[in-house]
Design a protein around this ligand. Structure first.
Ligand code: PEP
Ligand code: MN
Length: 336
């Protein structure tokens, strides 16, 4: 529900209204429109009839929000959310974030050499999995906390903020202390207890779309995190499962403008998992940028043929550099 206030509403009246709504255990979000002041309410509003709100003479009218997600909705936050990092990186609002690095952290030498190379080519964040959600229990599961420590060394050497996936609530504290962007993988997009907990950590969260999830479900998952009140969310389209087998997933490029229309949250595209083939990563990264994505996430490996995970979809630092040159040119044309 969105409450539209009369211009004459006083701070005192607004505070009383907010206290009433908090008493109903609703989450309040102040919305500053161009000319009007509004209050968005998220939570169970089924017991709150519009008449109960409009009886306050300082309330202009009430609007029901039909979408199942609220805090992620553009109605609740008309301006783009822009997440700023201490190093000056910005995600959202027309800035292009480039998150690059290997699928998994494998060794100190590997992560540091890749981090240095991707930074030289223009990456703004370093990715690398320490805890890996592998479909098979017999596949490489990641280096765990040792991998996280190697990411921290790579951050120290390059200044790149680190993006890495959390798989379990037991690691929330360590991730809150050590990780710049906490990734929720596709397989955990609807792990609601995990979503709730990361929402209280106060670190930006990169939420990947579940491989069989609709856009509505993804935005509701974002609401779970936002309801924690502390963590910003970056949405990530990484392909969905369809009948097509030529690619690992079907990368839903149209999700970019749909998400941008419905939500104020930044949208990043992962063409590596979206296609599953290194030679398809460049064209789909270009397509994502052309469609208006706020960022791309690319798997880069110095020896893809020896990678412990996802080598077939990883580009070399050399190819990544070529891709970045073309992307910079495309951005130049788009900004003309
Ligand atoms: C990843 O980014 O390493 C990953 C496992 O991706 P997804 O959750 O999209 O499969
Ligand atoms: Mn991967």
């Amino acid at each position: 529900m969105i409450i539209i206030l009369k211009p004459s509403a006083t701070e005192e009246q607004i505070d009383t209204l907010k206290a009433e709504m908090t008493g109903r255990r609703l989450i309040i979000q102040e919305i500053t429109g161009e000319t009007t002041r509004m209050i968005g309410l998220a939570g169970d509003t089924s017991m709150l009839s519009p008449e109960m709100v409009t009886r306050h003479e300082f309330v202009e009218r009430v609007m029901k929000v039909s979408e199942p997600y609220k805090l992620a909705s553009r109605r609740f936050h008309p301006q783009d959310t822009v997440i700023e990092f201490p190093g000056g990186q910005k995600v959202g609002g027309g800035n292009l974030a480039v998150i690059a690095g290997p699928c998994s952290v494998e060794s100190e030498e590997q992560i540091i050499s890749i981090a240095k190379e991707v930074k030289l080519s223009g990456a703004t964040f370093l990715r690398g999995g320490a805890f890996k959600p592998r479909s098979s229990p017999y596949s490489f599961q990641g280096l765990g906390l040792d991998g996280l420590n190697l990411l921290k060394i790579a951050r120290e050497k390059t200044g790149l903020p680190i993006v890495t996936e959390i798989m379990s609530q037991e690691h929330c504290e360590v991730f809150a202390n050590d990780v710049d962007v906490i990734q929720i993988g596709a397989r955990n997009m609807q792990n609601f207890p995990l979503l709730r907990e990361v929402g209280g950590l106060g670190r930006p969260v990169l939420l990947k779309r579940g491989s069989s999830s609709t856009i509505d479900e993804m935005l509701q998952a974002a609401d779970y995190i936002l309801a924690g009140g502390k963590s910003a969310v970056i949405l990530c389209e990484r392909g969905i499962r369809t009948f097509e087998t030529a690619t690992r997933n079907t990368l839903d490029i149209s999700a970019v403008p749909v998400l941008k229309k419905r939500s104020h949250l930044p949208v990043v595209v992962d063409p590596s998992h979206g296609t599953g083939h290194w030679d398809l990563v460049f064209p789909m990264a270009m397509a994502a940028v052309a469609a208006g994505a706020d960022g791309i996430m690319i798997e880069v490996h110095n020896h893809p043929e020896k990678a412990l995970c996802d080598g077939q979809q990883s580009v070399t630092p050399f190819l990544f550099d070529r891709m970045m040159n073309r992307i910079k040119k495309l951005r130049g044309v788009m900004c003309e």
